[in-house]
Design a protein. Sequence first.
Length: 229
Amino acid sequence: MLILFDCDGVLVDSEIIAARVDADHLRKVGYEITPQEVTHRFAGLTSSAIVEIVERETGRPLPEGFLEEQKEELDRRLANELTVVPGVPELLDRLDRSRDLRAVCSNSSMQRLHISLERTRLYDRFAPNIFSAVEVRDRRPKPAPDVYLHATETLGFHARDTIVLEDSVFGIRAARDAGCRVIGFTGGAHTWPGHADMLIDAGAETVIKRIGDLPQIAEAVMSWEGMPD
């Protein structure tokens, strides 16, 4: 079995930090939004995709340099505040003793993935099987299925023999469109009431809150016939 992990909000607790940075910068340019609203609406999207949505809603471009300033602030915050999602190291210890292969599939750039995974001491536990959606195939981020298709093909697995762990609606849709079996995850610091329901509605076959439950639930999911419509 192949297990594909999203990174932000699944392996590292970066989504809550990113939501606070995004909300701060958007409010400065007159777009009123809270970190919680950023998480609900935009979790799983790239910064560029968020900017496109905001510009479409407001009918005006954001100031020149907005993305660069947002990225610089996020990098500073991640350097000081980033932590691993509870239970991840212990889960990887268990997976080391199994025959299951694992990889990371994220919308983040390879540079950001390298930094985040190194800071949380996870990089060597996945390398070289670390894939950035914006750097493979047609460089289309989730909800496009490209990164999951690329990972399964590169690692020699059929999508039906692959479990994906995702915390966002857009990631769930990407994995489902790739034909993978999908488990939702609500154990990150950015989770909110109703998060699990949104993941189920997006196509997750089940949802877990404790990442340590993944091996047993993955085995159960793989034994189920069919996938929900």
